[in-house]
Ligand binder design. Structure first.
Ligand SMILES: [Zn+2]
Ligand SMILES: [Zn+2]
Length: 392
Protein backbone atom coordinates (compact mmCIF):
# COMPACT_ATOMS: atom_id res chain seq x y z
CA UNK A 1 0.00 0.00 0.00
CA UNK A 2 1.30 3.45 -0.83
CA UNK A 3 1.70 5.84 2.05
CA UNK A 4 -1.07 8.44 2.05
CA UNK A 5 -0.04 11.92 0.96
CA UNK A 6 -0.40 14.93 3.23
CA UNK A 7 -3.99 16.22 3.20
CA UNK A 8 -4.34 19.58 1.43
CA UNK A 9 -5.60 21.26 4.60
CA UNK A 10 -5.57 19.05 7.65
CA UNK A 11 -6.18 21.94 10.08
CA UNK A 12 -9.74 21.83 11.38
CA UNK A 13 -11.81 24.98 10.64
CA UNK A 14 -12.82 25.18 14.33
CA UNK A 15 -9.12 25.44 15.19
CA UNK A 16 -8.20 27.81 12.34
CA UNK A 17 -11.03 30.24 13.13
CA UNK A 18 -9.81 30.96 16.66
CA UNK A 19 -6.09 30.60 16.08
CA UNK A 20 -5.23 34.28 16.68
CA UNK A 21 -6.87 34.14 20.07
CA UNK A 22 -4.80 31.10 21.09
CA UNK A 23 -1.54 32.58 19.84
CA UNK A 24 -2.31 35.62 22.01
CA UNK A 25 -3.10 33.31 24.94
CA UNK A 26 0.21 31.44 24.48
CA UNK A 27 2.11 34.73 24.58
CA UNK A 28 0.15 35.79 27.64
CA UNK A 29 1.24 32.59 29.41
CA UNK A 30 4.79 33.21 28.20
CA UNK A 31 4.82 36.73 29.61
CA UNK A 32 3.50 35.52 32.94
CA UNK A 33 5.45 32.35 33.76
CA UNK A 34 5.08 30.69 37.16
CA UNK A 35 7.51 28.28 38.78
CA UNK A 36 6.64 24.66 39.56
CA UNK A 37 4.02 24.35 42.35
CA UNK A 38 3.33 28.11 42.17
CA UNK A 39 1.26 28.12 38.95
CA UNK A 40 -1.81 29.70 40.58
CA UNK A 41 -2.68 32.33 37.96
CA UNK A 42 -2.07 30.01 35.02
CA UNK A 43 -4.29 27.35 36.62
CA UNK A 44 -6.97 29.94 37.32
CA UNK A 45 -7.01 31.07 33.67
CA UNK A 46 -7.15 27.48 32.40
CA UNK A 47 -10.06 26.64 34.72
CA UNK A 48 -11.91 29.82 33.74
CA UNK A 49 -11.68 29.09 30.01
CA UNK A 50 -12.72 25.43 30.38
CA UNK A 51 -15.73 26.55 32.44
CA UNK A 52 -16.75 29.09 29.77
CA UNK A 53 -16.72 26.35 27.15
CA UNK A 54 -18.99 24.01 29.10
CA UNK A 55 -16.50 21.71 30.82
CA UNK A 56 -16.98 20.47 34.36
CA UNK A 57 -13.87 21.79 36.05
CA UNK A 58 -12.02 20.54 39.13
CA UNK A 59 -9.07 22.52 40.46
CA UNK A 60 -6.45 22.04 43.15
CA UNK A 61 -5.61 18.46 42.16
CA UNK A 62 -2.11 17.57 43.34
CA UNK A 63 -1.34 21.25 43.88
CA UNK A 64 -2.43 23.53 41.03
CA UNK A 65 -3.67 20.70 38.79
CA UNK A 66 -6.88 21.20 36.79
CA UNK A 67 -9.10 18.59 35.13
CA UNK A 68 -11.78 19.52 32.63
CA UNK A 69 -14.41 16.89 31.81
CA UNK A 70 -16.84 16.90 28.89
CA UNK A 71 -19.33 14.08 28.35
CA UNK A 72 -21.29 13.52 25.17
CA UNK A 73 -23.69 10.74 24.20
CA UNK A 74 -23.92 7.40 25.96
CA UNK A 75 -20.48 6.00 25.14
CA UNK A 76 -18.74 4.30 28.06
CA UNK A 77 -15.17 5.07 27.02
CA UNK A 78 -13.01 7.82 28.46
CA UNK A 79 -9.83 9.36 27.11
CA UNK A 80 -7.36 11.56 29.00
CA UNK A 81 -5.07 14.14 27.40
CA UNK A 82 -2.43 15.82 29.54
CA UNK A 83 -0.58 19.12 29.20
CA UNK A 84 1.94 20.62 31.64
CA UNK A 85 2.08 24.36 32.38
CA UNK A 86 4.96 25.22 34.74
CA UNK A 87 8.02 27.37 33.94
CA UNK A 88 11.73 27.25 34.81
CA UNK A 89 14.10 29.34 36.96
CA UNK A 90 15.87 30.83 33.91
CA UNK A 91 16.39 34.49 32.97
CA UNK A 92 14.93 34.96 29.50
CA UNK A 93 17.22 36.30 26.78
CA UNK A 94 14.98 36.15 23.70
CA UNK A 95 14.33 39.90 23.51
CA UNK A 96 10.85 39.18 22.08
CA UNK A 97 7.95 41.57 22.77
CA UNK A 98 6.26 38.82 24.79
CA UNK A 99 9.34 38.22 26.93
CA UNK A 100 8.80 37.16 30.55
CA UNK A 101 7.61 39.86 32.94
CA UNK A 102 8.60 37.68 35.88
CA UNK A 103 12.37 38.17 36.34
CA UNK A 104 14.35 34.95 36.57
CA UNK A 105 11.37 32.81 35.53
CA UNK A 106 10.82 31.65 31.98
CA UNK A 107 8.75 29.28 29.88
CA UNK A 108 11.87 27.70 28.37
CA UNK A 109 10.40 24.23 27.78
CA UNK A 110 7.27 25.24 25.88
CA UNK A 111 4.80 24.27 28.58
CA UNK A 112 3.05 27.58 27.76
CA UNK A 113 2.54 26.07 24.31
CA UNK A 114 1.47 22.63 25.56
CA UNK A 115 -1.25 24.17 27.74
CA UNK A 116 -2.40 26.45 24.91
CA UNK A 117 -2.56 23.54 22.44
CA UNK A 118 -4.77 21.56 24.82
CA UNK A 119 -7.01 24.59 25.45
CA UNK A 120 -7.36 25.14 21.69
CA UNK A 121 -8.31 21.47 21.37
CA UNK A 122 -10.73 21.81 24.31
CA UNK A 123 -12.44 24.65 22.49
CA UNK A 124 -12.66 22.86 19.17
CA UNK A 125 -13.89 19.60 20.74
CA UNK A 126 -16.61 21.50 22.62
CA UNK A 127 -17.69 23.33 19.46
CA UNK A 128 -17.66 20.26 17.19
CA UNK A 129 -19.37 17.86 19.62
CA UNK A 130 -18.32 14.87 17.49
CA UNK A 131 -17.55 12.26 20.10
CA UNK A 132 -19.44 9.77 22.19
CA UNK A 133 -18.04 9.25 25.67
CA UNK A 134 -16.00 11.10 28.26
CA UNK A 135 -13.20 13.53 27.54
CA UNK A 136 -10.79 14.36 30.37
CA UNK A 137 -8.32 17.18 29.86
CA UNK A 138 -5.59 16.98 32.49
CA UNK A 139 -3.56 20.15 33.14
CA UNK A 140 -0.56 19.13 35.21
CA UNK A 141 1.60 21.46 37.31
CA UNK A 142 5.20 21.03 38.47
CA UNK A 143 6.57 18.84 35.68
CA UNK A 144 10.01 20.43 35.76
CA UNK A 145 10.67 19.29 39.33
CA UNK A 146 9.19 15.81 38.71
CA UNK A 147 6.51 16.38 41.32
CA UNK A 148 3.29 17.23 39.48
CA UNK A 149 2.32 13.87 37.98
CA UNK A 150 2.93 12.03 41.25
CA UNK A 151 1.02 14.66 43.23
CA UNK A 152 -2.00 14.35 40.96
CA UNK A 153 -1.87 10.54 41.13
CA UNK A 154 -1.58 10.71 44.94
CA UNK A 155 -4.63 12.97 44.86
CA UNK A 156 -6.43 9.98 43.25
CA UNK A 157 -6.50 11.50 39.75
CA UNK A 158 -7.42 8.30 37.96
CA UNK A 159 -9.93 7.11 40.57
CA UNK A 160 -11.76 10.42 40.47
CA UNK A 161 -11.38 10.88 36.71
CA UNK A 162 -11.13 7.38 35.19
CA UNK A 163 -9.66 7.05 31.70
CA UNK A 164 -9.11 4.08 29.38
CA UNK A 165 -5.95 5.67 28.04
CA UNK A 166 -3.93 8.82 28.60
CA UNK A 167 -1.88 10.76 26.04
CA UNK A 168 0.63 13.60 26.22
CA UNK A 169 3.05 15.43 23.95
CA UNK A 170 6.19 17.54 24.00
CA UNK A 171 7.39 19.99 21.38
CA UNK A 172 10.90 19.17 20.19
CA UNK A 173 13.41 21.59 18.63
CA UNK A 174 15.52 19.86 15.98
CA UNK A 175 12.64 17.70 14.71
CA UNK A 176 11.14 19.27 11.52
CA UNK A 177 8.44 21.82 12.27
CA UNK A 178 4.97 20.38 12.65
CA UNK A 179 6.06 16.77 12.11
CA UNK A 180 4.56 14.36 14.65
CA UNK A 181 7.02 11.81 16.03
CA UNK A 182 6.04 8.45 17.50
CA UNK A 183 8.06 5.97 19.53
CA UNK A 184 7.12 2.44 20.55
CA UNK A 185 8.09 1.28 24.04
CA UNK A 186 10.62 3.45 25.91
CA UNK A 187 10.34 7.02 24.57
CA UNK A 188 12.24 8.99 27.20
CA UNK A 189 14.89 7.92 29.66
CA UNK A 190 14.86 7.05 33.34
CA UNK A 191 17.13 9.46 35.18
CA UNK A 192 19.13 8.54 38.28
CA UNK A 193 21.91 10.38 40.08
CA UNK A 194 25.07 9.29 41.87
CA UNK A 195 26.77 11.47 44.47
CA UNK A 196 30.27 10.14 45.07
CA UNK A 197 32.81 11.07 47.72
CA UNK A 198 36.37 9.75 47.33
CA UNK A 199 38.12 9.93 50.68
CA UNK A 200 41.91 9.82 50.90
CA UNK A 201 44.41 11.44 53.26
CA UNK A 202 45.62 14.93 52.44
CA UNK A 203 49.08 16.39 52.76
CA UNK A 204 51.85 18.30 51.02
CA UNK A 205 51.85 18.20 47.24
CA UNK A 206 55.62 17.75 47.37
CA UNK A 207 55.35 14.54 49.41
CA UNK A 208 52.61 12.46 47.76
CA UNK A 209 54.07 9.25 49.20
CA UNK A 210 52.92 10.42 52.63
CA UNK A 211 49.32 10.88 51.47
CA UNK A 212 46.46 8.99 49.86
CA UNK A 213 45.65 11.18 46.88
CA UNK A 214 41.87 11.34 46.24
CA UNK A 215 42.39 13.50 43.13
CA UNK A 216 44.25 10.72 41.33
CA UNK A 217 41.69 8.15 42.51
CA UNK A 218 38.85 10.43 41.31
CA UNK A 219 40.47 10.78 37.89
CA UNK A 220 40.58 7.00 37.54
CA UNK A 221 36.99 6.74 38.76
CA UNK A 222 35.81 9.15 36.02
CA UNK A 223 37.64 7.13 33.39
CA UNK A 224 36.48 3.79 34.76
CA UNK A 225 32.83 4.92 34.82
CA UNK A 226 32.93 5.19 31.04
CA UNK A 227 33.37 1.40 30.94
CA UNK A 228 29.88 0.86 32.38
CA UNK A 229 28.05 1.61 29.15
CA UNK A 230 30.76 0.28 26.83
CA UNK A 231 31.54 -2.97 28.73
CA UNK A 232 28.50 -3.80 30.91
CA UNK A 233 25.39 -2.59 29.09
CA UNK A 234 24.40 -4.88 26.20
CA UNK A 235 25.48 -3.23 22.92
CA UNK A 236 21.97 -2.90 21.50
CA UNK A 237 20.64 -1.21 24.64
CA UNK A 238 21.07 2.52 25.22
CA UNK A 239 22.33 4.26 28.35
CA UNK A 240 24.26 7.37 29.34
CA UNK A 241 26.68 7.91 32.24
CA UNK A 242 27.83 11.52 32.52
CA UNK A 243 30.05 12.84 35.28
CA UNK A 244 28.93 16.45 35.29
CA UNK A 245 30.55 17.71 38.45
CA UNK A 246 33.93 17.18 40.13
CA UNK A 247 35.18 19.19 43.09
CA UNK A 248 38.27 18.84 45.22
CA UNK A 249 41.31 20.71 46.37
CA UNK A 250 42.20 24.35 46.91
CA UNK A 251 45.82 24.81 45.79
CA UNK A 252 48.39 23.32 43.45
CA UNK A 253 50.67 22.19 46.27
CA UNK A 254 48.05 20.70 48.59
CA UNK A 255 46.66 17.19 48.27
CA UNK A 256 43.10 17.37 49.64
CA UNK A 257 41.39 14.88 51.94
CA UNK A 258 38.52 14.20 49.60
CA UNK A 259 36.99 14.81 46.17
CA UNK A 260 33.29 14.89 45.33
CA UNK A 261 31.74 13.82 42.03
CA UNK A 262 28.22 13.84 40.69
CA UNK A 263 26.94 11.77 37.80
CA UNK A 264 23.68 11.50 35.90
CA UNK A 265 22.68 8.03 34.73
CA UNK A 266 20.09 7.60 31.96
CA UNK A 267 18.57 4.33 30.85
CA UNK A 268 15.52 2.98 29.05
CA UNK A 269 14.92 -0.53 30.41
CA UNK A 270 14.47 -1.66 34.03
CA UNK A 271 17.20 -4.30 33.51
CA UNK A 272 19.81 -1.78 32.39
CA UNK A 273 18.71 0.61 35.12
CA UNK A 274 19.23 -2.08 37.78
CA UNK A 275 22.55 -3.15 36.27
CA UNK A 276 23.91 0.40 36.37
CA UNK A 277 22.64 0.98 39.91
CA UNK A 278 24.62 -2.11 41.03
CA UNK A 279 27.74 -1.77 38.88
CA UNK A 280 28.38 1.94 39.42
CA UNK A 281 28.85 1.82 43.21
CA UNK A 282 30.84 -1.44 42.97
CA UNK A 283 33.17 -0.01 40.33
CA UNK A 284 33.68 3.28 42.17
CA UNK A 285 34.48 1.55 45.46
CA UNK A 286 36.89 -0.95 43.92
CA UNK A 287 38.60 1.78 41.92
CA UNK A 288 39.07 3.97 45.01
CA UNK A 289 40.40 1.03 47.00
CA UNK A 290 42.94 0.30 44.30
CA UNK A 291 44.56 3.63 45.21
CA UNK A 292 44.23 3.13 48.97
CA UNK A 293 41.27 5.52 49.19
CA UNK A 294 37.66 4.76 50.09
CA UNK A 295 34.45 5.81 48.35
CA UNK A 296 31.00 6.67 49.59
CA UNK A 297 28.32 6.41 46.92
CA UNK A 298 24.80 7.71 47.28
CA UNK A 299 22.74 6.38 44.39
CA UNK A 300 19.46 8.25 44.07
CA UNK A 301 16.79 6.66 41.90
CA UNK A 302 14.92 9.40 40.04
CA UNK A 303 12.24 9.27 37.42
CA UNK A 304 11.41 6.05 35.58
CA UNK A 305 11.48 5.88 31.78
CA UNK A 306 8.49 7.02 29.74
CA UNK A 307 7.37 3.66 28.36
CA UNK A 308 4.63 3.81 25.74
CA UNK A 309 2.04 1.04 25.69
CA UNK A 310 1.70 -0.84 22.41
CA UNK A 311 -2.02 -0.30 21.67
CA UNK A 312 -2.24 3.43 22.49
CA UNK A 313 1.13 4.05 20.80
CA UNK A 314 -0.11 2.55 17.54
CA UNK A 315 -3.44 4.37 17.91
CA UNK A 316 -1.59 7.69 18.29
CA UNK A 317 0.57 6.95 15.23
CA UNK A 318 -2.37 5.93 13.03
CA UNK A 319 -4.21 9.08 14.13
CA UNK A 320 -1.21 11.17 13.01
CA UNK A 321 -1.06 9.39 9.66
CA UNK A 322 -4.80 9.72 9.07
CA UNK A 323 -4.77 13.47 9.81
CA UNK A 324 -1.43 14.61 8.39
CA UNK A 325 -0.40 11.85 5.98
CA UNK A 326 3.03 10.25 5.66
CA UNK A 327 4.87 13.53 5.10
CA UNK A 328 3.58 14.93 8.39
CA UNK A 329 4.64 11.98 10.51
CA UNK A 330 7.90 10.41 11.69
CA UNK A 331 6.50 6.97 12.54
CA UNK A 332 9.61 5.75 14.38
CA UNK A 333 11.34 8.64 16.05
CA UNK A 334 14.44 7.79 18.11
CA UNK A 335 13.81 7.85 21.89
CA UNK A 336 14.93 11.00 23.72
CA UNK A 337 17.52 10.78 26.52
CA UNK A 338 15.79 13.56 28.47
CA UNK A 339 13.13 12.59 31.04
CA UNK A 340 9.47 13.44 31.65
CA UNK A 341 7.25 12.85 34.63
CA UNK A 342 4.47 11.66 32.30
CA UNK A 343 6.31 8.38 33.02
CA UNK A 344 4.28 8.09 36.23
CA UNK A 345 0.96 8.36 34.36
CA UNK A 346 2.06 5.51 32.10
CA UNK A 347 2.82 3.39 35.18
CA UNK A 348 -0.83 3.85 36.24
CA UNK A 349 -2.77 3.70 32.96
CA UNK A 350 -2.21 2.64 29.33
CA UNK A 351 -1.18 5.48 27.08
CA UNK A 352 1.44 7.09 24.90
CA UNK A 353 3.67 10.13 24.82
CA UNK A 354 4.50 11.70 21.47
CA UNK A 355 6.52 14.55 20.04
CA UNK A 356 5.78 17.41 17.69
CA UNK A 357 8.73 18.92 15.86
CA UNK A 358 9.49 22.57 16.66
CA UNK A 359 11.88 23.03 13.73
CA UNK A 360 15.26 24.74 13.94
CA UNK A 361 15.97 26.95 16.90
CA UNK A 362 17.47 27.03 20.39
CA UNK A 363 17.07 23.86 22.44
CA UNK A 364 14.70 23.30 25.36
CA UNK A 365 15.79 25.00 28.62
CA UNK A 366 17.87 27.58 26.71
CA UNK A 367 17.37 31.28 27.66
CA UNK A 368 16.97 31.88 23.89
CA UNK A 369 14.21 29.30 23.45
CA UNK A 370 10.64 30.29 22.60
CA UNK A 371 7.73 27.97 21.86
CA UNK A 372 6.95 27.88 18.12
CA UNK A 373 3.39 29.17 17.69
CA UNK A 374 3.17 27.45 14.30
CA UNK A 375 2.57 24.21 16.24
CA UNK A 376 -0.66 25.32 17.90
CA UNK A 377 -2.94 24.68 14.92
CA UNK A 378 -1.61 21.24 13.90
CA UNK A 379 -1.26 19.99 17.48
CA UNK A 380 -4.73 21.22 18.51
CA UNK A 381 -6.09 19.54 15.38
CA UNK A 382 -4.23 16.38 16.35
CA UNK A 383 -5.65 16.26 19.91
CA UNK A 384 -9.14 16.99 18.60
CA UNK A 385 -9.00 14.16 16.09
CA UNK A 386 -7.33 11.77 18.55
CA UNK A 387 -10.13 12.29 21.08
CA UNK A 388 -12.84 12.01 18.41
CA UNK A 389 -11.32 8.79 17.04
CA UNK A 390 -10.85 7.31 20.51
CA UNK A 391 -14.43 8.15 21.47
CA UNK A 392 -15.95 7.38 18.06
ZN1 LIG B 1 11.70 21.03 30.67
ZN1 LIG C 1 9.06 20.07 29.19
Amino acid sequence: MNAPLRNPSPILPEVAEELDRFIALRRHFHQNPELSTQERETARRIAELLGEWGYEVETGIGGEGVVGTLRLGKGGKAVGIRADFDALPITEATGFPHTSRNPGVMHACGHDGHATILLAAARSLARRKRFDGTLRLIFQPAEEISVGARSMIRDRLFERFPVDAVFGLHNWPGVPEGVFGFVDGPAMAAVDKAVIKIVGRGGHGAAPHETVDPVLAAAHVVTALQSLVSRNVPPLEAAVVTVGSIHGGTASNVIPDSVELQATIRSFSPEVRRLLSERLPALVKAQAEAFGATAEVEYRLGMPAVVNHAGPSQFARVTGLSVFGATGVEPNLAPRTASEDFAYFLEERPGAFLFVGAGDGPPLHSPQYDFNDALIAPAATYWTRLAERFLA
